[in-house]
Design a protein around this ligand. Structure first.
Ligand code: PLP
Length: 398
């Protein structure tokens, strides 16, 4: 099909040309005397992205899923109990993994469209007088439903009852796009991946581990080998990896982190908030449709999950967008399959790119019979962004 493919799934995201170019390198000896420069550049530039000075970033040749597994198997003993909430496909998959790895999971079932239920985390933690819960899991940004949760408040709940469990946060679709604060929020393991806010291809698990979690890993009895934190930390300390790392991914990561530093991390967050608000204006004010996120406090700044009207199959909107307009939209997964489609708005993007996605979604919806006004989403997003710019000029923008 002529023209560019418009990639608007919530990961993988668009890889900036600068990063692609940085990845086009001849292979090198990963045991050379100069290799540690690359390792150290990547690991040290990741620390401010995780907002940590004391925790240790680790890169696994995996995706985010590998980092979930690493968190569980490095820090816990076989059969340990963990507390987690389920409110979408990714929080579900993490819980499913825990069960399959033999951990006992206390699941806080939560309607899809809501986020982490803080009162119920608190209730479970305060009822756990014998401290059987060894880790508390929370998905910061549920990509399947476009819902962001308050990780800091989960930590506050733990602290308020002096619960000693470790806190594991999934920030796969939040890191480097939505604020994440490893140290301030007392997160023990942050799980993420390369293909979202970090603007790289999929294939690198990007995680960060607190000193408390590393200490726990020294005596944890769960079986692991390839994903062993200890092996990685020991090797990385010398500037190397315990096995052959992906050279292009490391060069790409170094470049992506340089781009984030040049824009400024806080500016990256503001850009995501501003762009997301334009998409929400298109959905709510333009198309008069609903988001899956049931309240503004849950609205995600990296992905919008858009409910299609009764009688319309969201999968048809996605298929039409792809086949006719060369636009990739995110599918509804599991419980919400067919009920919604998703627009990813994370990573390397701007207003005009999003206007293309909004226009394409609009045309695909019209083609399959959704009763919306042509141009209404595009107009609402433009209006939001122009009003925002005008307010910023007059000094009253948020
Ligand atoms: N967690 C969340 C919130 C995700 O969005 C994803 C993937 O989209 C994952 C975990 C799994 O990560 P990966 O596909 O990189 O293994």
């Amino acid at each position: 099909m002529a023209g560019r493919n418009f990639l608007f799934v919530p990961g993988p995201t668009n890889v900036p040309d600068r990063v692609t170019r940085a990845m086009m390198v001849a292979m090198e000896d990963h045991r050379s005397p100069i290799f540690p420069e690359l390792t150290r550049a990547c690991l040290s530039a990741l620390k401010p992205v995780f907002k940590t000075t004391s925790a240790v970033p680790i890169l696994f040749p995996s995706s985010g899923t590998g980092c979930w597994e690493a968190a569980m198997t490095n820090c816990l003993n076989a059969g340990d109990k963990v507390l987690a909430s389920r409110f979408g496909q990714f929080s579900h998959l993490w819980i499913d993994m825990c069960t399959r790895l033999g951990f006992e999971v206390e699941v806080l079932e939560t309607p899809w469209g809501e986020g982490a239920p803080l009162d119920r985390y608190l209730a479970s933690l305060s009822a756990d007088k014998q401290h059987k819960i060894k880790a508390v899991l929370v998905c910061q940004n549920e990509t399947a439903t476009g819902v962001t949760s308050d990780v800091a408040a989960v930590r506050q709940a733990m602290n308020s009852v002096k619960h000693p469990a470790l806190l594991f946060a999934d920030s796969v679709s939040a890191l480097a796009s939505i604020d994440f604060r490893m140290d301030e929020w007392g997160v023990d393991v942050c799980v993420s991946g390369s293909q979202k806010g970090l603007m790289l291809p999929a294939g690198m698990g990007v995680t960060c581990v607190s000193q408390k979690a590393l200490e726990a890993a020294k005596s944890a009895t769960s079986k692991r080998c390839y994903f062993d934190y200890g092996d990685m930390v020991t090797s990385n300390a010398t500037g190397y990896f315990p096995y052959t790392p992906s050279l292009p991914m490391l060069y790409g990561l170094r470049e992506a982190l340089a781009m984030i530093a040049e824009e400024g991390l806080e500016n990256v967050f503001h850009r995501h908030t501003y762009l997301a608000a334009g998409v929400r204006a298109a959905v709510i004010e333009g198309w008069k449709l609903k988001l899956c996120a049931t309240a503004p406090k849950w609205h995600s700044d990296t992905v919008s999950a858009i409910m299609v009207p009764e009688g319309i199959n969201g999968a048809e909107v996605i298929a039409r967008a792809f086949k006719r307009y060369n636009l990739a939209l995110g599918a509804g997964l599991s419980q919400v399959a067919g009920k919604l489609f998703r627009i990813g708005h994370m990573g390397d993007l701007n207003e005009l790119m999003l206007l293309g996605a909004i226009a394409g979604a609009e045309m695909a919806m019209l083609d399959v019979g959704v009763k919306i006004e042509p141009g209404s989403g595009v107009a609402a997003a433009q209006k939001y962004w122009r009003n925002h710019a005008a307010a910023a000029k007059s000094g009253s923008a948020a």
